[in-house]
Unconditional design. Structure first.
Length: 503
């Protein structure tokens, strides 16, 4: 059996878990000429050399040589097309109408003074520099065992540690990206918007640099400088004293019913395979449409996975200005990659290829399915906080842990789709993991939250899984349900994107 996504497609994706054998009869009077593994492509018609190979109704490449019907269409038989040129893209030419509002969906969240809503109640300890990280992590372990049990309404204690803060050209172009990202993570809605701040004293990224205008509001008294303390024990005692005071404040917070429009959901994929674009990503796209209809914010990201589908997105931009902002982000990243003698084709991994993805064009066409069908309402640059509701493109690298770090600047729930599988998680937000194949959901029954592979085998529709994801998001945002990543306490380290020079 195979899946043909679009009627124009001249390749199908093999669905059978064990693949198909040579000589096996396939629907449409096609005979497999050779064994073809699951997720890989079968030629549904004969192709001449140079003819386009079509998937999702779009060209994913050109046949390097003549390909007979029933053949396994492998990566080396497809020549990758150039990326869509950025100079002449259609802007706002096919803006989808405002969707029918979805009324009445709510969740139980924590309202913050700055207007944001938390989905968890966490004591966050912000750090200005990597030098303090082990000390803060030591203190956080002590806080968790000695203090947290006395504050039952607080979910967790998170040391917001990272690799940035010193030994960098902090005024160079690009430095604003990690600084902006870390500032927004430190002020995260799930930490009530008010962190404790631990600084070393001599670092480049001083608290006033990290928090800028927010520091007077947070108060200098919230800053602990390790170089001001006498010895390690006093450093830890100072952090514990401040933590106890803050825990008492956090413990008084209560969840309250808020509209679903307070959700800010970050979407990304990791370890994609050929099914990602037909199962989990379209289902997440359907959930994204439901969220947008409910008034929420949904952000998709990963520049190198959008670059080859940008011509499908600029027509959906609500205004030409938004379309131009999207192009600006693509161009910035093209130039960033060119400085490293690379281009967007450096994105695909050995796992992607094993899973049947021939190149970045095929991966991108499947990836942008996460964006659903609504108008693109805003573009946020790297590490920026989003203030617009609806569908947003938030520029990030595609690297899972860097994308997740950057999306923490704004999101209160994270949805992560995967084909090859990753036990990824984040400390600050629930991460809902959706698998592209049932085999992965079964193998990793205690890591995958939702199996979208049922779509490939006809046991569920895109709409059904989309609703399931939407309901799961509301449940987990309300704290009624934990994700598997939370259950096991899986938290990847923060990896801020630093395109600037290191000294
Ligand atoms: Ca990714």
């Amino acid at each position: 059996m195979y899946i043909r996504v679009n009627e124009r497609d001249n390749v199908g994706i093999i669905v059978d878990p064990e693949g198909v054998g040579a000589g096996q009869a396939l629907p449409g009077a096609i005979t497999a000429r050779e064994a073809i593994p699951q997720g890989h492509k079968v030629a549904l018609g004969a192709m001449e050399a140079g003819e386009p190979v079509l998937r999702y109704g779009h060209t994913i490449g050109f046949a390097e040589r003549a390909i007979p019907v029933g053949a396994w269409v492998r990566e080396e038989m497809i020549r990758m097309p150039a990326a869509p040129p950025l100079d002449d893209l259609p802007l706002s030419t096919a803006v989808p109408p405002r969707p029918v509002p979805l009324e009445g969906y709510r969740f139980e969240g924590y309202r913050n003074a700055d207007g944001g809503v938390g989905t968890r109640n966490i004591l966050g300890i912000a750090t200005t520099v990597q030098c303090v990280a082990p000390t803060v992590e030591y203190a956080a372990r002590r806080i968790k065992t000695e203090l947290l049990p006395h504050f039952p309404n607080v979910d967790d204690v998170v040391a917001v540690t990272h690799s940035y803060g010193c030994g960098v050209a902090i005024d160079a172009p690009g430095a604003e990206i990690p600084i902006r990202t870390l500032k927004h993570i430190s002020l995260h809605a799930n930490a009530g918007g008010v962190p404790l701040i631990v600084s070393l004293g001599c670092e480049k990224m001083q608290p006033a640099r990290l928090f800028a205008n927010e520091l007077p509001v947070l108060g200098e008294a919230n800053v602990i400088r390790l170089q001001d303390e006498r010895g390690f024990a006093e450093m830890v005692a100072a952090i514990l004293r401040a933590a106890e005071k803050r825990l008492a404040e956090l413990d008084r917070r209560r969840r309250e019913s808020v509209p679903a429009s307070e959700l800010v959901v970050g979407l990304q994929c990791g370890g994609s395979d050929a099914f990602s674009g037909v199962t989990c990503n379209p289902a997440v796209g359907y959930a994204a449409d439901l969220l947008v209809r409910a008034g929420a914010t949904v952000a998709f990201s990963e520049v190198t996975e959008v670059r080859d589908a940008v011509h499908l997105l600029t027509p959906r931009a609500e205004t030409p200005e938004i379309g131009r902002a999207l192009i600006r982000e693509m161009r910035w990243y093209d130039e960033y990659l060119a400085r490293g003698m690379a281009d967007r084709s450096a994105n695909t991994t050995p796992g992607n290829k094993r899973g049947g993805l021939a190149n970045i064009v095929e991966k991108a066409l499947g990836s942008v399915a996460k964006s659903g069908t609504t108008a693109l309402r805003a573009v946020a640059t790297h590490g920026e906080k989003i203030s617009t509701r609806g569908l947003v493109f938030a520029a990030t690298p595609a690297s899972d842990f860097i994308c997740g770090t950057q999306q923490l600047a704004f999101m209160n729930v994270h949805v992560f789709t995967t084909g090859e599988g990753s036990p990824y998680g984040l400390a600050m937000v629930p991460v809902v993991k959706v698998s592209s194949r049932t085999a992965l959901a079964e193998k990793w029954h205690d890591l995958i939250d939702i199996d979208a592979g049922r779509i490939a085998t006809g046991r569920a529709t895109v709409e059904e899984v989309g609703w399931e994801i939407f309901q799961f998001i509301l449940e987990t945002a309300s704290g009624r349900r934990k994700t598997w990543a939370e259950h096991w306490g899986l938290a990847n380290g923060l990896a801020p994107f630093n395109p600037g020079p290191v000294t």
